[in-house]
Design a protein around this ligand. Structure first.
Ligand code: ADP
Ligand code: MG
Length: 724
């Protein structure tokens, strides 16, 4: 067998099931041990410094330099007790990954070595990093950027390094990361939501967002992974014929977890627990070798930071197990891809979940107000919301009939949908099946909400009882870029809600009636976004189009939404992103799209020329020799004995030719696109011309895989990659 693949298979067979991070103690005993939370910090700093941190965490107050030295020193003490030697500002640049530059505590003075970490190093760093995506926000003559500690996220320890969660901004203060706009959107949402919540309860002072982030991923044996240049460099297979068996028997979802995988899961959970990540769920997903984990929901910033940490931890722990975690949204054609479902809810500082239907009329009215605002937000900005998850990798998955469709809609469940219908039509709802009770709508506000447990897995944005589940987010994405869009659009709608209620009240209408009227108006105007049926169906595609809902069919074309006035004004008015920051994001998104596709296009070219064609030619020669021999023995009658070989030979020769010509055409398509100066135009050309050629190349390559001798095929096959 081709030595490359054979070696990988042999190696993979030696990889054993083992635990590396087993901690015999109950989880509660070591949970959070690598995080310096407020409680622990208290014993390392003076009460005055502690107060400063507290008000910074609670109210976003700036940290006084007079105490930052002391805080830094306290952190250093704790970190060194835990064995740390370095510190780093950990930030989230516009790459969907995290960035870190480690600095040693160790310093030298008067012939003596000592550990040092002062306030200025804690509060601010100046990464000499002009090579992060910046969309033109940093001029080359002023390439500095600042990372600054975000005290709302606690510092923690990873790999002997004190990690300081940070924001990343340009020299002139523009956001160069996903954290800054997210923090700003949370602030905007809190303000707008508090104003609406105050209609029902004057004591509410702030509203925060809770997030529960479900993470899907694939696992592949490390040796097999490393024998696939495409998986190594792009996280997905650019060629590869589907396996005879993959997910058609529906035997993987919730199936027994293979023991090698379960050891890996237990190990990364142990490490995650130490970082205070409260993982609760683990299970097999639909595709073979696809899995999911989910933590208990928590406050948004923490949830996002923890998700980024979790991805790092999973990758590190996987190394020990000779496994590779694949976060790419669509690593394998023909089987399901991976998402990162974002469960989103809003809760007051008094502890009320505003998306939880209540038992009393007032609570229900409040719930309806927030729900109506979400409907309005998602309806008005449906295309922006869908575009917030549009990346090259996620585009291979969305709209594929296995993941959320390319068009946005909101699923409410039959009970709630009935309520909204009645609100619009001013009739009472009959809820016979569940509770035998009816919900009175006419002239009053709904009284009862039966439990809502409907699930619709084909909806990109589904209400699940007390939260919305944004299911279209990609598994490799930093969810912040989707979450700040949700926060922003809902903040805008809530502001409008309060303004309209105020206007009605001023005109003499009582509060309940005013609220109900605005709810009715918002729901009626947004009714086209509500859809209860099968989101994968062709009928819905047509129906959605007739309702004026725009589908994200082409990623770079969708990015144009960042040029629409409605988008630019939304972010600007709320103070989430200034127009030039939006423009920078537009540039970066296009640039990233081009670069990623360029890498994929190069890889498929290399694989075809260096792996596929040579293997195919080798087998072609075997067949040629065989046919020649047959002719020698049987003379003119040879064809009646070896017509199969001749037919195969013809097919192989044709595919070799096609692959070779198509790779040439692919290179040419890339060259033509690369000459286009405008990055958005270039991205569009890549999305059509380059992508189309890649599909053609793949088709012939995959056909060759099916025809040629398994012994000479050099790349691990799907059936080998996808089953432990
Ligand atoms: P499913 O796969 O059925 O959607 P999971 O248990 O895998 O359910 O994930 C559900 C996620 O939603 C968990 O992270 C959970 O903590 C989170 N969640 C539950 N309630 C809320 C809420 N009110 N707000 C935000 N997230 C929530
Ligand atoms: Mg789940």
């Amino acid at each position: 067998m081709a030595t490359f693949r054979q070696r990988a298979l042999n190696e993979a067979a030696t990889h054993q099931t083992k635990r590396f991070y087993e901690d015999g103690r109950p989880v509660s005993e070591y949970f959070g041990q690598n995080v310096l939370d407020l409680e622990k910090m208290r014993s390392y700093i003076s009460p005055k410094a502690y107060e400063a941190v507290l008000s910074s965490v609670k109210f976003g107050a700036k940290l006084d330099l007079s105490v930052s030295d002391e805080i830094a020193d306290g952190m250093k003490k704790w970190a060194m007790e835990m064995g740390a030697t370095h510190y780093t500002h950990l930030f989230q640049p516009l790459t969907d990954a995290t960035a870190e530059k480690h600095e040693a505590f160790i310093s030298f003075k008067d012939g003596k070595a000592f550990e040092k970490f002062n306030g200025s190093a804690l509060v601010q760093q100046e990464p000499d990093a002009s090579s992060f995506p910046n969309g033109g926000l940093r001029n080359t003559f002023e390439a500095r950027g600042y990372s600054a500690w975000d005290p709302s996220s606690p510092v923690f320890l990873m790999d002997g390094t004190l990690c300081i969660p940070s924001v990343f901004v340009s020299y002139t203060g523009e956001a160069l990361d996903t954290k800054v706009p997210n923090l700003k959107s949370l602030h905007a949402l809190s303000e707008a939501a508090t104003a609406v919540a105050n209609l029902f309860d004057e004591s509410v002072r702030a509203v925060k967002v809770n997030l529960g982030i479900e993470q899907e991923y694939f696992l592949v044996d490390e040796s097999l992974h490393n024998a696939r240049p495409d998986l190594m460099l792009t996280g997905r297979t650019v060629v590869g014929h589907t396996s005879a068996k993959d997910q058609q028997l529906e035997d993987h979802y919730f199936g027994a977890i293979p023991s090698r995988v379960s050891s890996f899961m237990k190990d990364f959970e142990t490490e995650a627990y130490k970082l205070g990540i409260l993982l609760q769920t683990r299970h097999n997903e639909v595709a073979p070798n696809q899995f999911e984990c989910a933590p208990l929901f928590c406050e948004a910033t923490k949830a996002i930071d923890q998700n980024m940490m979790l991805m790092i931890v999973m990758q590190k722990v996987a190394e020990k197990h000779h496994l590779k975690v694949i976060f790419h949204e669509k690593p394998f054609d023909g089987v399901n891809g991976s998402g990162k479902h974002c469960n989103w809810s809003v809760v007051t500082d008094t502890g009320v979940n505003l998306l939880s239907p209540g038992k009393t009329p007032t609570k229900n009215l409040q719930f309806l107000s927030f729900y109506a605002a979400v409907l309005r937000a998602v309806h008005k900005h449906h295309f922006l919301l869908m575009t917030s998850v549009a990346t090259l990798s996620n585009s291979y998955r969305l709209g594929g009939g296995e993941a959320p469709p390319a068009v946005m809609s909101v699923f409410s469940g039959s009970t709630l949908y009935g309520v909204f219908k009645s609100i619009m039509e001013m009739t009472d709802v009959k809820v016979s099946a569940v509770s035998q009770e009816s919900i009175k709508i006419v002239n009053s506000i709904p009284e009862i909400f039966p439990d809502n447990t409907d699930r619709n897995r084909t909806s990109p944005f589904a209400f699940t009882g007390n939260r919305f589940e944004f299911r279209a987010v990609g598994s490799s994405q930093n969810v912040a870029s989707a979450v700040y869009v949700v926060n922003s659009i809902v903040a805008e709608a809530l502001k409008e809600f309060r303004t309209e209620v105020d206007a009605l009240e001023t005109s003499g209408i009582d509060r309940s009636s005013a609220v109900m009227e605005v709810v009715r108006k918002f729901v009626t105007e947004a009714k086209d976004i509500m859809f209860e049926g099968n989101g994968y169906s062709r009928e819905w595609e047509e129906e959605a189009a007739s309702r004026g809902l725009r589908a994200v069919k082409n990623v770079p074309e969708a990015y144009e939404v960042y040029h629409e006035t409605q988008t630019v004004e939304l972010f600007d008015r709320l103070g989430v992103l200034a127009p030039n920051e939006v423009e920078a994001r537009f540039e970066i998104l296009n640039e990233t799209y081009v670069k990623k596709l360029q890498i994929e296009a190069r890889i498929i070219g290399d694989i075809c020329l260096n792996h596929v064609i040579p293997a195919a030619v080798r087998y072609q020669n075997v067949l040629i020799e065989n046919v020649k021999g047959m002719k020698e023995i049987f003379g003119a009658a040879y064809l009646s004995y070896c017509s199969a070989e001749v037919e195969t030979l013809k097919k192989i020769s044709t595919y070799i030719n096609n692959v070779s010509l198509d790779v040439e055409a692919l290179v040419e398509a890339r060259k033509v696109a690369n000459r286009v100066e405008d990055i958005a135009m270039r991205a569009k050309m890549y999305s059509h011309d380059v992508k189309d050629m890649m599909d053609k190349v793949r088709l012939s390559a995959d056909n060759l895989e099916m025809l040629i001798d398994d012994e000479v095929w050099p790349l691990p096959k799907y059936r080998e990659l996808l089953f432990f």
